[in-house]
Design a protein around this ligand. Structure first.
Ligand SMILES: [Zn+2]
Ligand SMILES: [Zn+2]
Ligand SMILES: [Zn+2]
Length: 198
């Protein structure tokens, strides 16, 4: 039937998302993980088959919202903390597809970091998606005011983020939450088994 897929284009993957995952203990302000109930690989990472190719869940979710990552970058799970998480596939965060939990880092940063990437962006003049980083930092959580284009989370004062990307992320997280709720209502009506990924 594919009714849901046609009516809600691009959100069929959401039918495999459980938005009521665990809240990361070291970063409760991030809110719950969105756990992937679809396929995972041997390392425990969620993946989606897109056009015959396996794409990691994290990359799929990130690039849907922000566009392609530049060469050498990969999405990293901010909800993961190797100091408290079980090692390997047991860690629940590898199957997390919460857009708000994903940060783009270089592979090297991903290997080096331990849940605390420091002020690595401090000297950058634009974000990795090409937005200028200018003006005074904005420190208000939830509502992002115009002016500067640098966002500093109140709970992580040493970090700098692109405000344009953060705004886009916040809007998309809100939209996805709404779509997921709608999808749950629809699948409860019986269309759930018809969902396939393309
Ligand atoms: Zn997460
Ligand atoms: Zn973890
Ligand atoms: Zn940006």
């Amino acid at each position: 039937m594919g009714r849901v897929g046609r009516r809600l284009p691009g959100v069929r993957w959401l039918a495999r998302i459980d938005m009521a995952g665990p809240v990361p203990v070291h970063r409760p302000e991030l809110g719950p993980c969105w756990l992937w109930t679809g396929e995972t690989n041997e390392q425990g990472y969620g993946y989606i088959v897109v056009g015959g190719r396996k794409v990691s869940l994290a990359r799929y979710v990130y690039e849907r919202a922000h566009g392609p990552l530049p060469e050498g970058y990969e999405p990293d799970h901010a909800c993961h903390d190797p100091r408290v998480c079980p090692p390997g596939p047991e860690c629940p965060h590898r199957a997390c597809g919460n857009l708000g939990h994903l940060e783009a880092v270089t592979h090297r940063e991903n290997v080096l970091r331990s849940g605390a990437p420091t002020a690595i962006n401090a000297a950058k003049v634009e974000c990795l998606h090409g937005h200028p980083l200018t003006g005074d930092p904005v420190r208000v959580e939830g509502v992002f005011y115009p002016g500067g284009t640098i966002y500093v989370p109140p709970k992580r004062p040493t970090h700098r983020y692109c405000l344009i990307c953060k705004n886009r992320e916040a809007a998309e997280v809100k939209r996805l939450r709404r779509e997921c709720e709608r999808l749950l209502i629809e699948t409860a009506g019986g269309a759930g088994e018809q969902l396939t990924f393309g």
